[in-house]
Ligand binder design. Structure first.
Ligand code: HEM
Length: 421
């Protein structure tokens, strides 16, 4: 049965912590979250750890599957904080230095850092990026066409991955010769758990050290020799005499290159797949691009929900949807499920490039202090990439099944065959 009709999974068969759940077929995943949305209260699940992890699993978490609950937790940071960590499992102390960036902080520390780094996302900085997003998208399509005269290739390798990678590297001032290395590192970090990317704790640790050392060296260099890049802006940014410490810059660098790379790529891939499967929507958008772009891009992010979840920790005893939550307990905000909530979205399993902008989809977060800093950049990249594709290769289509990333965190597509002509 197609997902989103009336399919559900019995509550006692649901096990979100089993890695096999996240590799099982997608219809089963959708039906599971539908059951969770339809079941009053909240369900509690165990945590998962790497097989080779030296740590015991944590105490478990409540799963927030309804839009209303995700929204409430996201917008009440005093009661549902980020400082306890934003991944389901607690970050081992050794990894804290690398991943303890602003996404896992609360005010006033978060406010101070967000203000500092917002200097890199001012209209002036984003305008600079605008100029080269178009050039880069042209270059990406040129290369795909030149290298694949047969009229078929892997969409992720040639289209979806290179654009966000090149943009974030250019923004940060990372030399073109290092982009492949950055790509490989971010794949390991967000592919943690997928055997194809190493999938072990040891490997994650090694890559974390390498990328952190790379970032720190770059930060120190730009503090001494500023250039026209975001790293230099960030290293020079000052608020009330505060500057980013090398450690703060290192973990922010990791956050930015990972977030800038591994999310937009998947939105573009899921978007192309959805347009192939819904040719009427593709004709509508491609036929009147300007009119439909704003809603189409938001619909692609809703449809893809590239980030599946983030976690919060209750700071005091409270309740959500009638469920008592004690201080210190974890809640996990499932954006994928909130974005399919039948109570909020009319016919949520219909891909509709004209879907109204309100109620808002929550792919970039459900509001509150951590709302995606790169949302406008990501929207721009998605727009420019599809504009380039519809003008240059309007019949490009997905021709086979995707190879999905094995991850409970990122709704990733590793490979996706496509053809044109
Ligand atoms: C389609 C693409 C993207 C998606 C779906 C996405 C999704 C998200 C989500 C769900 C959050 C957490 C929101 C919250 O907790 O309320 C987030 C935060 C963040 N994102 Fe994105 N993101 C995308 C692209 C980007 C890009 C391109 C960048 C940077 C170049 C970026 C940088 C960040 C940063 C720095 C944060 C942390 C903000 C904070 O803690 O204050 N993201 N993103």
């Amino acid at each position: 049965m197609a997902p989103g009709t009336t399919t559900t999974v019995p509550l006692d068969e649901i096990q979100l912590s089993d890695p096999a759940f996240w590799t099982a077929d997608r219809d089963h995943r959708e039906a599971t979250f539908r059951t969770l949305r339809d079941t009053p209260g909240l369900q509690f699940y165990d945590e998962w750890v790497f097989e080779d992890s030296p740590f015991a699993p944590g105490p478990g978490y409540f799963a927030l599957a309804r839009h209303e609950d995700v929204f409430a937790a996201s917008r009440n940071p005093q009661l549902f904080c980020s400082g306890g960590g934003v991944n389901i499992g607690d970050l081992p102390v050794e990894l804290n230095e690398f991943y303890g960036s602003m996404i896992a902080m609360d005010d006033p520390k978060h406010f101070r850092l967000r203000n500092l780094v917002a200097k890199g996302f001012t209209p002036k900085e984003v305008a600079k990026v605008e100029r080269y997003v178009t050039d880069k998208a042209k270059g990406v399509v040129d290369r795909m066409l030149e290298a694949n005269p047969s009229g078929e290739c892997d969409f992720v390798e040639w289209i979806a991955a290179p654009l966000p990678l090149q943009i974030i590297c250019e923004m940060m001032g990372i030399p073109a010769s290092d982009t492949d290395q950055i790509f490989a590192w971010t794949n390991v970090i967000l592919g943690a758990g997928d055997p194809e990317y190493g999938g072990t704790y040891e490997n994650l640790m090694k890559v974390s050290l390498d990328i952190f050392a790379y970032a720190q060296a770059m930060g120190e260099d730009r503090r001494a020799n500023p250039r026209d890049d975001l790293t230099s802006v960030l290293m020079a940014a000052e608020i009330d005499g505060d500057r980013l410490t090398p450690q703060e810059f290192g973990s922010f660098f990791i956050l930015l290159v990972v977030a800038g790379n591994e999310t937009t790529r998947n939105a573009i891939s899921h978007g192309m797949k959805a347009l192939t499967e819904h040719p009427d929507q593709r004709d509508l958008w491609y036929g009147d691009f300007e009119t439909h772009t704003k809603t189409a891009v938001e619909e692609i992010v809703r449809w893809a929900s590239p980030v599946i979840h983030f976690r919060r920790t209750a700071t005091a005893d409270t309740a959500l949807s009638g469920q008592t939550i004690e201080a210190g307990q974890k809640v996990v905000l499932f954006y994928n499920s909130a974005n399919r909530d039948e109570r909020i979205f009319t016919d949520p399993y219909r891909f509709d490039v004209t879907r109204p902008l309100t109620p808002a989809q929550v792919g970039f977060g459900a509001g509150g202090p951590h709302f995606c800093l790169g949302a406008n950049l990501a929207r721009r990249e998605i727009t420019v990439m599809f504009d380039e594709l519809r003008r240059r290769v309007p019949d490009l289509r997905i021709t086979g099944e995707p190879a999905y990333l094995e991850s409970p965190f990122i709704n990733g597509i590793k490979r996706l065959p496509c053809a044109w002509g």
